[in-house]
Design a protein around this ligand. Sequence first.
Ligand SMILES: C[S@@+](CC[C@H](N)C(=O)[O-])C[C@H]1O[C@@H](n2cnc3c(N)ncnc32)[C@H](O)[C@@H]1O
Length: 437
Amino acid sequence: MKLTIESMMYGPDGLAHAEDGKAVFVAGGVAGDVVEAQIVEDGSSFSRATVSEVLEPSPNRVDSPCPFVGVCGGCPWGNLSREAQLAAKEENLRSSLKRIGKFDDDAVAQLVQPIRATRDDWGYRNKIELAPTIQNGRFRLGLHGRDPQQIIHVDACPLFEKKFPRAIKAVSGALGFLGNSHDLSLERVGIRASRRTRALEVALWTPTGGFPRGQVSRVLSDALPSTSMVRVMSKGEKKARRVSKVEVLSGEGSWTEDIADSQMRLSAPSFFQVNTKAAEILIDLVMDALNPQPEEVAVDLYCGAGTFTLPLARRCEYVAAVEAYGPAVRDLRRNLEINHLDNVDVIGGDAVREFPDEDADVLVVDPPRAGLAPEAIDLIASTSARDVAYVSCDPATLARDLKRFCDEGTFVPVSITPVDLFPQTFHCEAVTHLTRK
Ligand SMILES: C[S@@+](CC[C@H](N)C(=O)[O-])C[C@H]1O[C@@H](n2cnc3c(N)ncnc32)[C@H](O)[C@@H]1O
């Protein structure tokens, strides 16, 4: 079937329409291409297709430095020019605000600011995860494919930190060698690398139980000198696995990154923004929106290991920071010590249940993809805060939550700035500034 790709979806695919008007999600198509595509799934409201031939390439089609674009899940927009990626992200945000948030065209045009980005198109990721697989009877590590069941063996990934070009090959080679002679029970392997601190951590995720720690530590250290090597042990059923212990195999037992004016130490299970330089844009936008003053109180909900807590603590009199995940809570306490900050109350627990009593002047929320619980919006509305910064990684839940804020009536959005934290993918971060009505 001949199709013209009209736009990029909020997902890996291009969007086209068949002659009968049905939407077709086209894998391998970029906006502006005319392609020959084969239907792989024919649903009642839309179909899925894959490109068999690009008949007329889009002016925005580019060659990617990665030979696995389209197969690997890491860089689904790798054949689209960066300029077109940025425009598509802005457009997807606008579309979510209209469709889900019910904002009208004028409001969207006023609210959405030009997307902010760093110049790093590739090589921006400070973290990569490898998954184990058996190929031709041999144990290997690789990246999750577009089909998550498929593991793609790679020697390098152009999205990963450029200063450590050998890391993936060295770790895959060493663990591939060991995995064919020992039962490592590896569930996944994380590598974190910093061009700023030169810290490199390898984290091996396994169940609890026996593990050839001596051999693993020796062989891995020979293959790749690292500043930290840890084993993260987890237990429980697959969907509800919990980290039970982080065992240090060698080095520091954590990974260090410099971000804005702070140094942060992260344990392997804790969340950290994968693009440090672009995360500094988030910090700037949050601080510009809130303009915190020395006599003011800040609340930081979903604070993680402190990306926003530390800069808030430098600017405010006092910060109450809430985080549900134990390892991140411990990391934040350590990060406050490292940065000589003693004006933060770190509260471990759910953001709604442990909502701080403090009379906040400014408030930051940075929830996971699922966005805010409706109770969180009511609690925020009940504070005395003058301004709120909402950092979001999902335009759909952001749009839903902004509608809830508007319906509730205490806070209204005044600007929404998309930030390209994840070049070569459809993902888009955004910082929304809400102010008291
Ligand atoms: C997107 S991350 C942001 C972390 C931090 N603001 C940063 O930029 O590094 C979301 C954080 O929310 C935490 N989290 C998830 N659900 C939570 C909840 N119900 N209450 C409090 N924190 C939660 C996660 O553990 C994670 O650290």
